[in-house]
Design a protein around this ligand. Structure first.
Ligand SMILES: [Zn+2]
Length: 61
């Protein structure tokens, strides 16, 4: 899977015990909306970058 913004390959990383994909170029994080919600519930206050990027990426499909 490639970054929808940069079109470079994403790297799979573990975040809060869940597998998400991250772009090494724009540092956007790609995760499904369900995972984003789960991370938000787990942390209570997630990093803004994750929420913004993940939500944006998830909504593009
Ligand atoms: Zn990117």
């Amino acid at each position: 899977m490639k970054c929808p913004v940069c079109s470079v390959p994403l790297e799979r990383v573990a975040y809060e015990g869940m597998s998400v994909q991250r772009c090494g170029q724009c540092h956007g994080v790609l995760a499904g909306r369900q995972r984003v919600e789960a991370i938000k519930r787990t942390r209570g206050k997630p990093p803004k970058e994750l929420m913004d990027e993940a939500t944006r990426f998830a909504s593009r499909r």
